[in-house]
Design a protein around this ligand. Sequence first.
Ligand SMILES: [Zn+2]
Length: 187
Amino acid sequence: MVEVHIRRSPRVRWHRINFRPGEPAELVVRPRASEAEIQAAIEYHTPWLERQLAVAPEARLGLDRLTLTEEQGRREARARISLIAQSEAAALGVEYSRISLRDQRSRWGSCSSRGNLSFNWRLVLAPHDVLDYVVVHEVCHLVELHHRSAFWNLVAKRRPYYAESKRWLDDHGWEILAYSPPRAAAA
Ligand SMILES: [Zn+2]
């Protein structure tokens, strides 16, 4: 059976289905939808949902088999991020104040107006190009502290294929955010 959560919203005319691998599907229905209407909507969406559930496992990274602790992950993240940040800052002729690592549920990195860079340590779980893109993104904010086109042009100049990394984060970011590290290093 497919698990479906029901939500009522004035923003849908009939019904809509939302699905992300690893989370229960969400059926959004109009505020006055009747039970019969909800049942019909579930039946309508079930074949599509079943196909999504069938392909989802292949798309997963298999992080549940990893034994990387948070301490190990942070150490490696710091080493790799510092290296990229240093060389990118030098290439762009900018300086940053310091790098901190966070464990945020929704952000990969940030850059403050004082030039402090912070990154989600979980980026070590992503392919190197993805970690690289996030670091370059934040270092580019030292030049352009906004998301207007001048900023994206600069990112594209430094990493022409950055869109692929962005897409990877959209597709798999939830998996690295869901990774729960073991408490201590495996002996
Ligand atoms: Zn940004």
